[in-house]
Design a protein around this ligand. Structure first.
Ligand SMILES: [Zn+2]
Length: 331
């Protein structure tokens, strides 16, 4: 069983999961492109190979073909597992740890092995987002779950081990230090100003305008003022809602449009780049509190993290968000 340990010098949590080293990998993990085959016999995520994965916990089907369009199942090599206790242990009267209890799932986004992110249309993406939310809601009801992290790794530099388009969901019994810091900052902003940090941020970006990539009725897409990475892109809803679990069906359809357009622009400007995206949401249990605003952060993996970043936590960004946002607008 995995174990979750706390670094006593920073209060950061670390998951010790030895078994994950055995996880399935493509022989040469890559990145799907238009030249990849539509089906790969050895791919556990391709249609027809379902027995290579654990049984599904959710699937949507395509009305036209009658086959599945999105599939969700437990990760075969999970970072955390459902069994165990969330009671903290004090080891050697000093170190804090607990069982690595949680849920780790895989969301296969489409049957086609070779669909690049830009080729996922708004309708297909809406289904993916609906699957994210359905699992988010189900898992947030588990008493042990305190945070649900939904993310996508596209390409080897983003840490993917299987090419087939997929994302992952990890539900853990702790609130990550970074989530806690963002949430606390939003509360402090409210205390100081009586207004909401993320609403103020979006309004400010709209007024300045130079870092805006695109706007739709429901969403604003921009490159943040202090972007840590070149082409770091945020997609933020206009409607104040702390938790992704509370987004409406119309919100998900609007997000799918904005995400499709953003990924298409990234694909064109950077030629199918490796990237991660992460869905940020309020900690489980704080969904009803109004300070936070759920959003998506996309991080293209164009540069490596080096000694300075590791040593300081200060990132050196070699491009200006005003210029990268303009490149995204002009493409
Ligand atoms: Zn496949």
């Amino acid at each position: 069983m995995a174990e979750i340990r706390q670094d006593p010098t920073t209060r950061e949590w670390v998951i010790m999961a030895k078994d994950r080293a055995r996880r399935a990998r493509d022989s040469v993990p890559g990145r799907v492109s238009k030249d990849s085959p539509i089906y790969s016999p050895s791919c556990p995520f391709c249609p027809g190979n379902e027995e290579m994965t654990p049984p599904g916990v959710l699937s949507y089907s395509d009305e036209k073909t009658g086959r599945w369009s999105v599939r969700v199942f437990s990760n075969r090599f999970p970072a955390v597992t459902p069994e165990g206790s969330t009671t903290r242990r004090l080891e050697d009267s000093f170190f804090l740890s607990m069982d690595g209890v949680g849920i780790h799932e895989v969301i296969v986004e489409c049957p086609e092995h070779n669909k690049t992110p830009d080729a996922m249309g708004p309708d297909a993406l809406t289904q993916v987002l609906m699957a994210y939310q359905e699992r988010y809601k189900a898992l947030s009801r588990l008493p042990s779950v305190k945070s649900i992290i939904i993310f996508k790794n596209h390409g080897p530099r983003a840490g993917t081990s299987l090419d087939h388009p997929h994302s992952q969901l990890v539900a853990v019994p702790v609130v990550p230090t970074e989530t806690r810091a963002r949430y606390d900052m939003a509360i402090r902003h409210y205390d100081d100003n009586g207004s909401y940090l993320y609403m103020d941020l979006v309004r400010q970006e709209q007024q300045v305008g130079t870092r805006i990539v695109m706007e739709s009725d429901g969403f604003v897409v921009f490159h943040p003022f202090a972007s840590k990475y070149p082409f770091e892109t945020w997609i933020v809803p206009r409607k104040r809602e702390a938790s992704f679990g509370h987004a409406s069906g119309a919100d998900l359809a609007g997000l799918a449009e904005a995400l499709h357009e953003t990924l298409t622009r990234l694909h064109r400007v950077l030629d199918n780049p490796d990237f991660n995206y992460v869905l940020d949401s309020a900690p489980v249990g704080d969904e009803g509190k109004e300070y936070y605003l759920w959003h998506i952060r996309i991080i293209p993996r164009l540069t490596e993290i080096a000694g300075f970043e590791i040593g300081t936590g200060i990132h050196i960004n070699t491009s200006l968000p005003e210029e990268t946002a303009r490149a995204m607008r002009d493409v």
